[in-house]
Write a protein that binds this ligand. Structure first.
Ligand code: 5GP
Length: 190
């Protein structure tokens, strides 16, 4: 049988810097791909449709649910997010390793449906650091920042359910750790 790629759930609190680590992973490893999710959230400055997300209306999102177009989907701080199914299966079939950058409720759905997935939880060195990063980023209102921090606190309660926990104290170091985790898994599969 053709050796399929790995399905990797990559979860971390808002502001933990997982996007920066992800960019380093994609730049360093040609076999890595990041699934592009659909969301009802408004684009942030600099985000492009089809690159960071597919930005869709609530109506379109609900249609995609009805069409069974999502691998998983969840609501997060007032917006819906979902992983389009077809592109992920296509990439896995091509032997590519596909990262799903999703929150905890989505992870639980994936873990149930695809127990063979690899799950990585990115955590901040401290909550104070997370607050500083979210405030420094300046992309969310103070109310949304508070809600994202509360969500992060509740998400951390799920950390034992992940296969690996990586502390993002430094983006280069964290990226190296993720790469070595994946390399070890692939070596074991050979
Ligand atoms: P943000 O609005 O900061 O881009 O994302 C908010 C949260 O939604 C993050 O934790 C992000 O990982 C998560 N997220 C992004 N796409 C998806 C998705 O397709 N499914 C789920 N369940 N969560 C997602």
């Amino acid at each position: 049988m053709k050796n399929k790629g790995l399905l990797i759930v990559y979860t971390g609190a808002s502001g933990v810097g997982k996007g920066t680590v992800m960019k380093k992973l994609l730049a360093s490893e040609p076999n890595f791909r990041l699934s592009v999710s659909a969301t009802t959230r408004a684009p942030r400055e600099g985000e492009a449709d089809g690159r960071e997300y597919y930005f869709v209306t609530r109506e379109r999102f609900d249609e995609m649910i009805a069409e069974d177009g999502f691998l998983e989907h969840a609501e997060y701080v007032g917006n819906k997010y979902g992983t389009p199914k077809a592109p992920v299966f296509k990439m896995l079939d091509e032997g590519l390793d596909v990262f799903l950058e999703i929150e905890v409720k989505g992870f639980l759905q994936i873990k149930k449906a695809y127990p063979e997935c690899v799950s990585i939880f990115i955590i901040p060195p401290s909550f104070e650091e997370l607050r500083l990063r979210l405030e420094g980023r300046g992309t969310e209102s103070p109310e949304v920042i508070e809600e994202r921090l509360r969500t992060a606190e509740s998400e951390i309660g799920y950390k034992e359910m992940f296969d690996y926990i990586v502390v993002n104290d430094d983006a280069d170091r964290a990226a190296r750790e993720v790469m070595s985790i994946i390399a070890d898994i692939k070596k074991d599969k050979e």
